[in-house]
Write a protein that binds this ligand. Structure first.
Ligand code: SF4
Ligand code: SF4
Length: 336
């Protein structure tokens, strides 16, 4: 697809969807609503925030209730398109699909959205046989409707990964695409060995590791809000002031770092300290998610490292664990 064709395709998409894409502001990229292709930044840089609101709205009014009767939401979700999502963001969609597999609201929202990915062969070291491996090793294992792969200065090779992607391109009048059959989230060789190593480090980490990082972490939750694989939400009933017993149930984003996250009736909390919160976050991504879904809860996008106001980086956390294996460090765990 040439730049000229892409421009027309973008206009076509805009007629149907609210489009979110990477936009440059100084040195940073942000995912934001865009109106023209010229606003979109095509560089390989990962935007600091995510596209996950296209899958799970930040605030979602699920249903209303009145005198003991429920009424499902009538308004359909607004059609939204995630445009130029990186391969890492598409990998994160794979986790969301598993987590929300039986969630009717997520499924309805998915029906209304279109996921357009963006990948690079050029300059990535992928050419010839390696390019084939790229398709086999990566593209067959991520979820997308349409994928644009940069193949020249102003040219993209176009892949589809779903019927919706095919129908969209057919209706637009572009048929020179190749369809990629989804082959499951995990490639044959299994989980990335580096991520597997981190899983082991967390399982074996002593209490001292979490006390150390918990002293530094201020539990602002930015790492989780900007992480494409973090999906924690809060459910609350908002009662109408005028009529007793009526209101709406609202689902909204939250993070396990927030003070009230693990609070239960009576005010008890499971996560009381920042050490427990940061351990919970790491354990969730590298231990519990692979155990439950057979994939890692981290797609290695680096956003958490970039947004942390106190400079906590995953590499430093794992390095610290390696450097403090001395038996004098306590083996006692804070949480399992
Ligand atoms: S690098 Fe950080 S932000 Fe990105 S997926 Fe992993 S934990 Fe989340
Ligand atoms: S962004 Fe940094 S300080 Fe904030 S919760 Fe995450 S690790 Fe803690």
């Amino acid at each position: 697809m040439t730049r000229q064709q892409l421009k027309k395709f973008f206009v076509y998409l805009k007629k149907k969807y609210r489009v979110y894409a990477p936009v440059r502001d100084g040195n940073e990229l942000y995912v934001d609503e865009v109106h023209e292709l010229e606003e979109v930044d095509f560089s390989p840089q990962i935007p600091i925030n995510t596209y996950k609101h296209v899958l799970v709205p930040k605030r979602d009014e699920l249903f209303t209730f009145r005198r003991g009767k429920l009424a499902e939401r009538k308004e359909p979700y607004a059609p939204e398109c995630g445009f130029l999502m990186s391969v890492m963001d598409l990998k994160a969609v794979g986790l969301f699909h598993q987590v929300f597999e039986r969630d009717p609201y997520y499924q309805k929202k998915r029906q209304s959205n279109l996921l357009v990915g963006h990948a690079f062969f050029e300059g990535s070291g992928f050419s010839g046989h390696l390019r084939e491996r790229y398709e086999e090793d990566i593209l067959e294992h991520v979820i997308f409707d349409i994928l644009l792969v940069k193949s020249g200065k102003n040219e993209w090779k176009v892949f589809t990964g779903s019927e919706r992607g095919q129908e969209t391109l057919d209706a637009f009048g572009f048929t020179a695409y190749e369809h990629i059959e989804f082959a499951g989230l995990i490639k044959e060789e299994g989980i990335d060995p580096d991520l597997e190593r981190h899983r082991k480090q967390i399982v074996e980490a002593s209490q001292d590791a979490w006390l150390h990082w918990g002293e530094i972490c201020m539990a602002c939750g930015k790492c989780a809000i900007d992480c494409p694989t973090c999906y924690c939400f809060n459910i609350a009933d908002e009662h109408a002031t005028k009529e007793k017993g009526s209101g709406k149930r609202v689902r909204s984003w939250t993070t396990c770092f927030y003070n009230d996250f693990s609070e239960i009736g009576g005010g008890e909390k499971f996560l009381k300290t920042n050490a427990q919160r940061i351990q919970n976050w790491y354990a969730h991504k590298w231990v519990r998610t692979p155990r439950e879904f057979q994939i890692m809860g981290c797609v290695n996008c680096g956003r958490c490292d970039r947004v942390c106001p106190v400079g906590i980086k995953r590499a430093d956390v794992f390095k610290w664990m390696d450097e403090h294996k001395d038996p004098k460090y306590s083996k006692k765990k804070i949480l399992v």
